[in-house]
Each structure stands twice: as C-alpha cells, then as structure tokens.
Ligand binder design. Structure first.
Ligand code: 5AD
Ligand code: FES
Length: 361
C-alpha cells in the first residue's frame, strides 16, 4: 500500500484519532486497499468488544408530521405531497407487543418534530412500555426539544436518544437547513442529552449536497471528542419533492470507509448498518457490517404507514411485515458470519448505576 496511507492508518489505529487535515487526506487519497485494511482493523476492534454479535432495534416511525423544513428531508413541512400520519400511543404499544414476540429488546420511537407528542403524551407511553416490557430499552429519536423535556422523558424511563448532528460544520449546517434551525442549538441538545444521562447517538449523512472532505474531517473530529454511545451514518439519498431532489446520492463505498474509521476512533460505539445504505445498494447493510457496523434497525411500523415515512425515495422494507423484515435481516447478518441477538445491546458501561436513574427505582 502507498506508504503515506499506510502511515495514516497506522496512526489512526494506534492513537484513535488524526488531525482534521489527516482525516481529509485519508478520505481524499483512499484506495480499495486502504479500505480493506481499515475494515480489517475495524472488524477486529468490534470483535474485541462485542464478539460476533449484531444487535437489533425495532424501529417504530411514530409520525411524519414535522415542524421543520430541512432541505434534504422528504417529511419537511413544505412538502405538500407527503401523506401525513401519526400513530396513537395504542398503535405504538401494539407495534411493541409484536416486536417483543419477535425478539426485539430495544424499541426506537422515531418521528418528525410533531407537536402532538408533548411530554404529557410521551411520558405515560414510555412508562407503559417500561412496565409491560421491563427488559427492553426505549430509544427516542424525536428531534430537538428543551432540556426540561429531555429530562422528563428520561425520568419517565427513556434510556437512549438519537439526534444526528447532521454536520459538524456551522456553515455547511446552514446550507442544509433553513435559518430558523441553528447548529448551536443542535449541539446544545446533544450536550444536554449527555448530561442528563442518556446513551446518546449522533451522526450525519455521507454525500449531502456541498459536503467536502474537510467537512467530513470535522465530523470525525467531533465524534472523536464527543465519543457518542451510538452513531448513525448513511448516504444522502434525494427525495424528489425536496429542494435537493435533483442532487446525486452519496457514495456507499465512502459510507463503509467512514464506518471503519468511526469504529477505530470510537471502538465501543454502537454503529448501525442503516436502511439508507441498504436502499442505495442491495447488499449495503452486509457491506456495512463487514466494515465495522454492529447494529441493524428493522422496521416495526404498521405496514399501512411505512411508505409514508419517506425521508428519501425508493426506501426499502416498506412492503414487508415486521416478521419478514426481522427474518430477512437475520439471514443477511448470518450471510456475513455474524449472529443477530435478542438483547438490549447497551453501550459498554450502561445502564449507569445510582443517582442518574434514582427517580425510577
Ligand atoms: N437521505 C438520507 N438520509 C436522510 N435523513 C433525512 N433525510 C435524508 C435523506 N434525504 C436522515 C437525517 C436524519 C435521519 C432521521 O435521517 O440524517 O437525522
Ligand atoms: Fe423534519 Fe428535518 S424535516 S427534522
């Protein structure tokens, strides 16, 4: 391999971080050979912490109403073509019951920023989930809320929160979002979630419009500093009714390369092989696992609404029943030599003991 690339990879593996300039160089000069070397190191690292286990999360898309207007997202409020729906707490509990029977031990409630889901609606729902399925983790992915709200939801029993930072570069953030959304607030939300005691997930899209290697270097630097418990990355995929509808999709190859880099800078991170990666490439999720990912997130939403939760075009898994989705992933995981397990799959060191969860005991 090229000597310089070899040296960068060696440094990354030994020091768990590079400078922003070095990350950018690694990305810009990468070769297939460098990608396989990184994947090999990443897989060894994952095996060290998690063995051959791949964790699974039952994803329930609770609403596609959204008050925001992100330029890339198909459920943005200006998209008149979106057919809006919202699940009731009863609908959500029915999805969980089905998921539990299928072996899921983590439920992810994901949705647009829909004002209907106030704390007064969510807290009793989370309470009921924890009461009925005490051996399950509850993950929320409901966007930006106040610190007080994050605290109430945590006290109600939520364990984890996913909030992709989208880009660690302020001006790139401004190119992807309307001006009412601020990068500072996004980052403040991540800090608040961490301080409250959640297992926190950040993440970004690969190949979003205007993204450069320097931007990705900032994302990697942020991840190395923040050390998230979870990190969601997937290719940007255009959705035809958005301002970015004619932009080219991100690269699956670069996504996998970055999955390996992230595994090396945050070795214990729970890293999904995302649906977006599987949409871009029919074998995308398998390739993601082989690059260092260790989580898959099959869909548990009612089949009647799946097509409507269209952040991007051609999303996979919108016709399958939950059981089919689970079975499909089970065999995909096996095909690359790993085992899909029915466990909560917490980050190492979680759940925290003592005071943080005192109110729940
Ligand atoms: N392509 C890929 N990912 C997208 N997301 C939103 N829109 C798109 C798109 N067009 C991602 C964002 C968001 C997550 C829920 O989905 O990163 O945080
Ligand atoms: Fe809903 Fe971006 S359009 S958060």
């Amino acid at each position: 391999m090229d000597k310089r690339l070899d040296a960068l990879i060696g440094k990354l593996a030994a020091e768990r971080a590079l400078s922003p300039e070095e990350y950018a160089e690694l990305i810009e000069t990468r070769t297939p050979e460098a990608a396989s070397r990184l994947a090999e190191l990443a897989v060894a690292e994952r095996r060290r912490w998690y063995g051959d286990k791949v964790f699974t999360r039952g994803l329930i898309e609770i609403s596609n109403f959204c008050r925001n207007d992100c330029y890339y997202c198909g459920i943005r409020r200006s998209n008149r073509a979106a057919d809006r729906y919202r699940l009731t707490p009863e609908d959500i509990l029915a999805c969980c019951a089905e998921g539990y029977a299928l072996g899921f031990r983590t439920f992810v409630l994901q949705g647009g920023e829909d004002g209907y889901y106030s704390d007064d609606v969510l807290c009793p729902l989370i309470g009921t989930m924890k009461e009925r399925w005490p051996d399950c983790a509850v993950t929320l992915s409901l966007g930006e809320r106040s610190r007080a709200s994050y605290r109430r939801l945590f006290d109600a029993g939520a364990d984890r929160y996913l909030l992709r930072h989208e880009t660690a570069d302020r001006s790139h953030y401004a190119a992807l979002h309307p001006k009412e959304l601020s990068w500072e607030n996004r980052m403040d939300c991540l800090t608040a979630l961490r301080e409250i005691g959640y297992q926190v997930g950040c993440g970004f899209m690969v190949g979003s419009p205007g993204q450069t290697a320097a931007h990705l270097a900032r994302d990697l630097t942020f991840i190395a500093d923040f050390q998230p418990e979870m990190c969601g990355i997937g290719p940007f995929l255009p959705q035809k009714d958005t301002p970015f509808g004619q932009e080219p999709p991100g690269s699956g190859e670069l996504t996998c390369f970055l999955l390996s880099v992230i595994r090396l800078i945050a070795p214990k991170v729970l890293l999904p092989a995302t649906t977006a990666l599987g949409t871009l490439d029919p074998l995308g999720r398998e390739k993601g696992l082989l690059a260092g990912a260790n989580v898959v997130m099959p869909n548990l939403s009612p089949v009647s609404v799946r097509r409507k939760y269209a952040l991007y075009d051609n999303k996979i898994c919108t016709g399958e029943e939950s059981a089919q989705c689970r079975g499909c992933l089970d065999s995909r995981v096996k095909s690359v030599g790993y085992v899909l397990v029915n466990e909560r799959g917490d980050a190492k060191g979680f759940p925290l003991g003592g005071s943080c969860h005192a109110k729940r005991d």
